[in-house]
Design a binder for this molecule. Structure first.
Ligand code: ZN
Length: 406
């Protein structure tokens, strides 16, 4: 089922191959897309995932589930163990650690319940083997290593054994490892990024030792540079944009893009509206009003709402987005173009941040994934280049991380 798949007329004319101008039909785009291995490096999962209330083997309200991955030819995804940053106290760590455990178990429930459809990969070779069998591929990424507390000597090996293949040092707010791209001054974070702490340095060493890619998305610029400089393995920025295209603290400066290139790493350009371009404040206000009208701004609001009210809400959001200028697949491609011009085609990739705030017009759930390939073809990227952007580069970086294990 190709829901909302872009029409050939909307994407023509395509430029494909070595400067050959060529019009491609929707079917031809789909054929190219299906030949390419596609890996999305950041997909969040909500509470209640893979329970009777939210079965990822059905067409759900989520932007990513197994039917949408199939429909959109999205072959693989990093599912994310995310925890919110809390205070640097034993209680804060324990609360976050419990949350991380729940999320990890939810990912494993999804994998175990659907062994014919999807499998967990813990190495780049496993990714390729599972894909070759015709199954979808699940990987695990950690967003905010905060939950490990100060117990990283035990936690890093444990999560490596569980198959986690990247770990972001921080999230919003600084933590015990270093500075955030978005420090919270009201919570006492200093104005500038203080860089890696001693514990942060040890974390980078341990991640290298255990084959987990160091993720610098959400990490402050100084902390990122220090982590890249000391990492023995290539690093990943799992979901960020290019700061030269849109000046947002979550985006990577050209200096950081160059550092990632020199380190052999990869910068994944994210389809997150508010990182790609300025969003009309009228739209932000209208959506906030809608959320409150539907009671979705309250804790547990989604869980309490009915399928009918959720559908009505999503329809109203779509109508609002159509009223205002929205970020599109073309805005995402602008960030990809810039990152490629600075870091080179071997050091850039594509990521959605679906179910964590990501999505743009044209790529607003996994079923619409061919639209990204269509836009890259239109801009003159070859199939070989698009394959690098869609996962080839990440697999190379994973292999680099595996080779650094000791
Ligand atoms: Zn994030």
């Amino acid at each position: 089922m190709l829901r909302k798949f872009i029409t050939a007329a909307a994407i023509a004319p395509f430029i494909a191959g070595a400067g050959l101008a060529q019009e491609l039909s929707e079917l031809e785009v789909r054929e190219i897309h299906d030949r390419i291995f596609t890996l999305d490096t950041h997909v969040d999962i909500p509470s209640g995932y893979a329970t009777h209330t939210l079965d990822p083997n059905t067409w759900t309200r989520l932007q990513v589930d197994l039917p949408k991955m199939r429909a959109g030819g999205l072959d693989a995804a990093f599912f994310i163990v995310y925890v919110q940053q809390r205070d640097l106290t034993g209680e804060g760590y324990a609360t976050a650690r419990a949350r991380a455990e729940q999320t990890y178990q939810a990912i494993m429930r999804m994998v175990r319940a659907n062994p014919e459809r999807i499998a967990l990969a813990t190495t780049a070779d496993e990714v390729e083997a599972i894909h070759a069998e015709g199954r979808l591929v699940a990987l695990i990424g950690i967003e905010n290593s905060y939950f490990m507390g100060e117990n990283i000597e035990e936690e890093v090996p444990l999560w490596a054994a569980r198959g986690a293949r990247y770990a972001a040092l921080t999230h919003f707010r600084n933590n015990q490892f270093g500075g955030s791209s978005n420090p919270d001054l009201s919570a006492g974070d200093p104005m500038g990024d203080p860089g890696l702490t001693d514990l942060g340095r040890r974390l980078v060493e341990l991640l290298n030792d255990h084959g987990i890619m160091v993720d610098i998305s959400h990490v402050g610029p100084q902390t990122s540079l220090e982590a890249i400089q000391m990492s023995r393995a290539p690093v990943i920025a799992s979901h960020s944009g290019a700061r030269a295209v849109y000046d947002h603290p979550r985006n990577l400066t050209d200096e950081l893009l160059e550092a990632i290139r020199d380190n052999g790493g990869v910068a994944q350009m994210v389809a997150f509206r508010s990182y790609l371009r300025a969003i009309d404040p009228g739209l932000t206000a209208a959506i906030a009003e809608l959320r409150s009208e539907f009671g979705l701004d309250q804790p547990g609001g989604w869980e309490r709402s009915t399928p009918e009210s959720r559908a009505a809400y999503q329809e109203r959001v779509a109508a609002l987005r159509a009223e205002y200028p929205d970020a599109t697949v073309s805005d995402l491609a602008d960030h990809i173009d810039h990152a490629v011009s600075v870091a080179g085609i071997d050091h850039v990739g594509i990521v959605s941040d679906f179910d964590g705030g990501g999505g743009v017009r044209g790529w607003d759930d996994a079923s619409e994934t061919p639209n990204v390939t269509a836009e890259l073809l239109r801009r003159g990227y070859s199939e070989e280049d698009i394959a690098k952007l869609w996962g080839g580069n990440v697999l190379r970086v994973m292999r680099g991380a595996e080779a650094a294990v000791r």
